[in-house]
Design a protein around this ligand. Structure first.
Ligand code: NOJ
Length: 576
């Protein structure tokens, strides 16, 4: 097998992306941190799962304050992950298995240890203008509270400005102070970035996931204001993306993929960014549905999220992007708590079935599904007991800020445990050995204590497992054009627990029925009209088949008496 270069431009509509967080996937040398050779050793697993694309989290040289999202050399691999030769081998081995490589690239900011920024610290340097350096507010002394050039806050706590006493100015950092923002207004910055991206394409990578890309065009004059939302989707965004596309991608003969991670993007914005005519990005990676459970205190103040709110949001995106545009479909990633604990039911009795149902709902939608490492096993959140268990800069900065403001850590723990990005970053659970098959050493972050029950060894090839359910869903997208190309009709939108929708394409119809509760659901009769004269034991009658089901019992219960057992889901298919 090898990658097929003879594909339509929108080949990614029938593709499934698997996200690897390199430090937590597989450690080949026992130092406790995942690495490229570890990934290479596990590629057969990905091939078995059937994914088309691997999104590789940043492995560039980095001081690792934000686990690689602080890059100090875009054209080298950090020694903790391996070497450029290892990366070349990874590309080759992926391609040999028919899998493409999507590089995560962070160009809104660099590390403060990047030579560009180091040079830029000198006010007389040609690189001064590559970042945002500004004097204190008039009539304020630099370094004093309130002297920052504007009132923007950083995503990782505190003001978005860091005082540099040596040069008498502040620099802008929308994330941590170790991540200064690049000045995209400067054409030299843009051409340096485009050159670097072409270098990666020449090396064989198949596209980019562009980190927080909708922050690169800052509002003119950097005015005081609402901060983050004001900065997103700035005045030159579309121009910059079109320019990037023309400079980096347009003359590439092979099928590529460009994904724009865009916090705060609305569905209207997404249509423009992904309209194929405009040639900006292929799909957005948006956040509305994963922000719905944020309480007044933000992401560490999670509030209960009734399923209908989640459904209303995702189905609105479905309907509004149908005429033009494309979305990434995800529950989990390296910045989010684990989906089964958050949107499903991680109680031992319901964990597997609810993990499978979350997968069904997502993978049957229009868009490109993403599987975040371990999601295909139903991996859960971790029971963090104290501050020593956390590693993430966002969680640690938040705890420090709140403690300075007088809150006790015990008070913060429930919010941190539920919302921390570290939930997604515990080691991949391969088997029930001490290091979960991830490492023979001391892992950089503790293994989830449930690794002995939830791991790949117990699931691959085991009928009914979460892994095998994912495998079936991925194969179904490949085989059934209706999944990739069909229209979407939301159904029973007033039902409190049933998530239902129809897909239609060239005479094929799919009906998706999914339960989001432990109690059995009576399916509204009108939904099943014309479908129930098929029975699960005779799948060919009237052209109606059970395409996917979380269990045979669920399929029988739906078809025999219009009832869906707790947390189960069924997908029916028919020819019209
Ligand atoms: C988004 C990335 O997904 C996240 O992990 C990172 O911390 C920020 N961007 C800053 O690069």
């Amino acid at each position: 097998m090898s990658i097929d270069n003879d594909l339509t431009r929108d080949w990614w509509k029938s593709a499934v992306v698997y996200q690897i967080y390199p430090r937590s996937f597989a450690d080949s040398d026992g130092d406790g941190t995942g690495d490229l050779r570890g990934i290479i050793e596990r590629l057969d697993y990905l091939q078995t799962l059937g994914v088309d694309v691997v999104w590789l989290g940043p492995v560039y040289r980095s001081p690792q304050y934000d686990n690689g999202y602080d890059i100090s050399d875009y054209q080298d691999v950090d020694p903790i992950f391996g070497t450029l030769d290892d990366l070349d081998e990874l590309i080759e081995e992926l391609h040999r298995r028919g899998i493409r490589l999507l590089m995560d690239i962070v160009v809104n900011h660099t590390s403060d240890e990047h030579p560009w920024f180091v040079e830029s610290r000198d006010p007389s340097s040609e690189r001064r203008d590559w970042y945002f350096w500004r004097p204190p507010r008039p009539d304020h002394a630099g370094g004093e509270p309130g002297a920052e050039p504007n009132n923007w806050n950083a995503v990782f706590s505190g003001p978005a400005w860091e005082w540099d006493a040596a040069s008498g100015e502040y620099f802008l950092h929308m994330f941590s102070r170790k991540q200064p923002d690049l000045n995209w207004e400067n054409p030299q910055v843009r051409s340096a970035i485009y050159r670097m991206m072409r270098w990666w394409l020449d090396r064989g990578v198949d596209g980019f996931r562009l980190d927080v890309i909708n922050l690169i065009s800052k509002p003119e004059g950097l005015p005081d204001g609402a901060g983050f939302t004001q900065i997103a989707d700035g005045p030159r965004m579309h121009e910059f993306l079109a320019e990037m596309n023309a400079e980096v991608l347009a003359d590439q003969p092979r099928p590529l993929l460009v994904v724009g991670e865009m916090p705060g993007v609305t569905v209207e914005d997404a249509r423009r960014y992904t309209d194929p005519e405009r040639r900006e990005v292929d799909m957005v990676f948006q956040f509305e549905h994963v922000d719905l459970d944020h309480g007044p205190g933000g992401k560490f103040d999670l509030v209960p999220l009734p399923m209908p709110r989640l459904r209303e949001n995702l189905m609105r995106w479905q309907v509004e992007l149908e005429p033009v545009g494309w979305n990434s479909l995800y529950w989990d990633n390296h910045d989010q708590p684990r989906a089964v604990s958050r949107f499903g039911d991680d109680d031992a009795q319901w964990r597997e079935v609810s993990a499978k149902t979350l997968a069904t709902v997502l993978h049957l939608l229009r868009g490109t599904p993403y599987v975040y490492q371990g999601q295909e096993l139903g991996m859960t959140n971790t029971p963090f007991a104290d501050i020593a268990g956390f590693r993430d800069i966002e969680s640690l900065n938040y705890a420090a800020e709140q403690e300075t403001a007088g809150r006790l850590f015990d008070e913060l723990l429930p919010g941190l445990s539920a919302g921390s990005r570290d939930n997604a970053r515990t080691p991949m659970q391969w088997d029930d050995s001490a290091g979960a098959g991830f490492t023979s050493g001391e892992p950089w972050i503790a293994v989830n204590p449930n690794a002995a029950q939830i791991n790949a060894q117990r699931q691959v090839g085991v009928a009914g497992s979460v892994f095998e359910h994912y495998r079936a869903l991925i194969a179904f997208r490949h085989d059934e054009p209706c999944v990739a190309h069909g229209g979407v009709t939301p159904l029973a939108m007033d039902h409190p627990d049933l998530w239902a929708y129809r897909r239609e394409h060239e005479g094929i119809e799919l009906l998706v029925l999914a339960s989001f509760t432990r109690e059995p659901i009576e399916i509204p009769a009108d939904l099943l009209e014309d479908w129930m004269d098929c029975d699960a034991g005779d799948p060919s009658r009237d052209g109606v088949t059970v395409a996917i089901a979380t269990s045979d019992e669920a399929a029988s219960a739906v078809l025999a008496d219009g009832r869906l057992p707790g947390w189960e889901s069924v997908v029916l298919r028919r020819i019209r």
